[in-house]
Design a protein around this ligand. Sequence first.
Ligand SMILES: Nc1ncnc2c1ncn2[C@@H]1O[C@H](COP(=O)(O)OP(=O)(O)O)[C@@H](O)[C@H]1O
Ligand SMILES: [Mg+2]
Length: 361
Amino acid sequence: MASLTIGRCLDTPAPAELDPAKLNRHTFWTGQSGSGKTYALGVLLEQVLLATRLPIVVMDPNSDFVRLGEVEPTADTASADALRSRSIRVLGGEGEPLKIRFVDLPVRSRAAIMQIDPVTQAEDFNVALHVGAELQRDGTGTALQGRLVPWLHAHEEPQVRRFARLLENTGVADWDLWAWGAPDARAVIDEAPDATVLDLGSLTEPGEAKAAALAVLDHLWADRLQKTPRLIVLDEAHNFCAPDPVTPVDRLLTERIVQIAAEGRKFGLWLLLSTQRPSKVHPQALSQCDNVAVMRMNSPRDLADLAETFGFLPRELLERCATSAQGEALFGGSFAPEPAFVKMRDRLTAQGGSDVPVPLR
Ligand SMILES: Nc1ncnc2c1ncn2[C@@H]1O[C@H](COP(=O)(O)OP(=O)(O)O)[C@@H](O)[C@H]1O
Ligand SMILES: [Mg+2]
């Protein structure tokens, strides 16, 4: 099988290769901000596109992967042709619409997004359930095309009108994320394109990105028995899988990711969690990762945490991460033949979300 050629070894004159077959495990990707994690992750994803048929789903909070389908002029012809033949769907921003059908979400997720507590606000929750069922009947929800709140305000039942005020106060009903009649992002993911990039950075309301991520993760989990293999990439994973989640949506996200980390492997749900702070990702997700990449990491505490969690990484190599240069990474675990430092190769596709340039005269 083709290997993933991600760069060259720093300590030996050899190409650096990873075993794509070992992506059937979870992967942890870390390094301080600016160490080149996202760029390096792009290098890996390009190689996954070239060497495998593993569908990739990217949660992209910084719009860094929105140009994954744009081949750089510097790419070699064979890679360029191969990459152009792959199906890469970008949802959100300038790509296809990134929409979710609210009424199709699991009940618990809907309640969390609306900030309704099913226990202490049992009555509101109950109304939400009934309204959901009413909207699903006869395409009522689709026909409303976003005019949900006025429809609720005009409802004959007073408790529904009360619920309208509650929903209005949260602003959730006005989110651009909701599909109403439009196609749902989950339908695109079900087509299993080679890569689906969810441009979460394109969503404007603070809660929308997390709601979208939750919808997709809930969906992948609900369909787990189909055993469609997926590489689920979460860049800035600390936003989705905090050890101490506060809001109801954060709690559900962490719960779902920890569950996929613990049980997803046998269903073909493989996580790649990328973050600058290992301690800001739930330890039960972290400890399930068998593949690791560590880029520059100044903080001795973070390095000590990594040494403890990933005992297979030799300490002297981990310590070198304190001084490694941008674009250098220590790879270890199942997908690496042995723990080794790698100078990442150049990207074959464009990195989006770059800094805003200073307008010069
Ligand atoms: N190996 C590399 N070669 C060239 N430029 C790089 C490389 N790694 C990172 N960069 C550039 O440095 C900046 C920061 O990298 P990025 O991957 O976004 O860091 P991080 O995700 O760790 O914060 C980006 O503008 C990126 O294009
Ligand atoms: Mg980044």
